[in-house]
Design a protein around this ligand. Structure first.
Ligand code: SF4
Length: 265
């Protein structure tokens, strides 16, 4: 029976990806995003960025990785983070070490799969967490909003979570500290709302604030996308492809840096 892995599945942004879950078998997150595709964060499982669980990988993690990966030599990514915020596990690097070992022991059709980490960015203000995160070859960090009103409305963070200004500052730090061989991608999930009294993050103020924040962060990649599965809140729906391209144009104009890749999914 599999305990740690999902897939492999074809991901819009990562190619063929094997998901790795380092949390318990329930969602644990510092956010309760209105668009979350794994459902609402229960009250008891909405935790402070300072909260830690101590779940080291069992011996089965290595076995499980081997048993799957030997059949997918064309895999593009071993991707950490599927049941909430993976940096909440104090033992994250023990999982990384095993994934690196297994990857090095297997033969691959062409390039080795990247070791990728999803994070919602809420814990990155903690130096020790950035130290861990920067060891991943590709860091996919969430930034859907760049002002506090949109942040609270969209991501509904735990009350201990720092404000969005501090989260943006931690992303700037992370990019500076990242080894040259590793990459930072910022993921911006932009959505619409059917509910008249709910302003979605697809509003002009937020989009321009995001563009200015991205200019300061200087990530390697910006990924603009929308919901593709059932969101936590019924009133959330995806923006269309024209709007994604429009947002990409705004970002390009304001960021004004050819070295930053801006992709639409
Ligand atoms: S940060 Fe990710 S896992 Fe947590 S609620 Fe938001 S979308 Fe869901």
């Amino acid at each position: 029976m599999r305990k740690y892995t999902y897939g492999p599945f074809q991901s819009r942004r990562l190619g063929l990806s094997l998901g790795v879950d380092v949390l318990a078998d329930y969602k644990l997150c510092t956010n309760n995003c209105v668009y979350c595709e794994i459902g609402l964060t229960e009250k008891d499982n909405l935790v402070s960025p300072n909260y830690r669980i101590n779940l080291p990988p069992s011996r089965n993690f290595r076995k499980e990785l081997f048993s799957i990966l030997k059949y997918v030599p064309h895999l593009n990514s071993i991707t950490f983070g599927y049941n909430g915020e993976p940096t909440l596990n104090e033992k994250l690097l023990d999982f990384l070490k095993i994934a690196l070992d297994v990857r090095n022991e297997l033969n691959w059709t062409s390039e080795k799969p990247l070791i990728t980490l999803f994070t919602n960015s809420s814990t990155l203000y903690i130096d020790k967490i950035r130290e861990r995160v920067k060891q991943f070859e590709l860091v996919l960090a969430k930034l859907d909003t760049a002002n506090n009103v949109d942040f609270k409305r969209t991501n509904r963070p735990h009350h201990d979570t720092p404000n969005i200004k501090m989260i943006i500052e931690s992303l700037i730090k992370l990019k500076r500290e990242l080894p040259k061989k590793n990459k930072l991608a910022i993921q911006c999930l932009i959505f619409n709302s059917y509910k008249e009294d709910f302003i979605p993050n697809n509003n002009s103020t937020n989009i321009y604030d995001l563009a200015r924040a991205l200019k300061r962060i200087k990530p390697n990649i910006v990924q603009i996308y929308s919901t593709a599965r059932i969101p936590a809140e019924y009133f959330v729906f995806s923006i269309d492809d024209d709007r994604k391209r429009e947002i990409a144009t705004i970002f390009k104009e304001i960021i004004d840096d050819n070295k930053i890749e801006i992709n639409v999914y």
